[in-house]
Design a protein around this ligand. Structure first.
Ligand code: SAM
Length: 271
């Protein structure tokens, strides 16, 4: 399969797999439901597969593209400078909270979407979670395996740190599975679209988010170990039992509420 699409040669380092299946594109745009007056932001517009149909529906759209050649091409878009605002930047360094404040409807939150570069999709989502209070919703194309991890609950093989943290910040709704043939060049993996809606009130009370992240990372890094072993440098067996949790259980059996309980116990100890 040719790596050149619409005159642009796909760059692997930027995770470029361009959507070309009109049925899939239509389904994604319908799921986003773009409307005028909203603060829509696309990450990685590329050759405009989603940009063009969304632009047709709205009065403004901001796009963030890292590839200089693609950003230049987008600046020649018929709507550039009118309803299309092209930002040439790494989305990982974008201050989405500041971007929301710069919008004409500065009280409104951002609606973020994109067919994300798969090589940075997980760190990019963690970056976006840091700005969750400025975001109304997100629609992303990701590796199907990553969508499974985002949506997984305790007991599932896919359940891990990403599931716990994503579900702390957002309601996770898988939308659509997408086969490799919908892209040029086709990726080696299956893909899926997911909708993430940041919670207006967190589902659990957590005293320190960095402690929650640390406890999750530690527990899942050694997922075959019991939490008595994986968390031994911050909580002992008695302390875990006193929280009503079984020290011999493994991370994959613990709910978000259990992780919050463990993290709050660690925070209280460290305070
Ligand atoms: N939206 C287009 C589509 O669906 O055909 C392109 C999707 S392609 C999978 C990912 C896009 O993200 C590319 O245009 C790539 O250049 C861009 N990109 C890669 N890394 C980026 C980053 N750190 N910040 C912003 N855009 C990035």
């Amino acid at each position: 399969m040719s790596k050149t699409h619409l005159g642009h040669t796909a760059r692997k380092r930027f995770g470029q797999n361009f959507l070309h299946d009109d049925y899939v594109i239509g389904k994604i745009v319908a799921a986003i439901g773009p409307k005028s007056g909203q603060n829509l932001v696309e990450i990685g517009p590329g050759l405009g597969a989603l940009t063009d149909p969304v632009c047709d529906e709205v009065d403004r759209l901001t796009v963030i593209e890292l590839d200089r050649d693609l950003a230049k091409r987008l600046r020649h878009h018929p709507f550039n400078g009118e309803k299309l605002n092209v930002i040439e930047q790494d989305a990982m360094t974008m201050d989405f909270t500041a971007l929301a404040k710069e919008m004409p409807d500065c009280d409104g939150k951002l609606r973020v979407f994109g067919n994300l570069p798969y090589n940075i999709s997980t760190p990019l989502m963690f970056h976006l979670f840091d700005h969750a209070s400025s975001i109304e919703d997100m629609h992303f194309m990701l590796q199907k395996e990553v969508v499974n991890r985002l949506a997984a609950g305790p007991g599932s093989k896919s359940y891990g740190r990403l599931s716990v943290m994503a579900q702390y910040y957002c309601h996770v709704i898988p939308v659509l599975n997408v086969p490799p043939g919908a892209f040029k060049p086709p990726p080696k993996v299956d893909s899926a679209v997911v909708k993430l809606v940041p919670h207006s009130v967190p589902p659990v009370q957590v005293e320190s988010l960095s402690t929650l992240e640390r406890v999750c990372a530690q527990a899942f890094n050694q997922r075959r170990k019991t939490i008595r072993n994986s968390l031994k440098d911050c909580l002992d067996e008695e302390e875990i039992s006193a929280l009503g949790l079984d020290p011999k259980c493994r991370a994959e059996t613990l709910s978000l509420t259990d992780f919050a309980t463990l993290a709050n116990a660690v925070s209280n100890k460290e305070y």
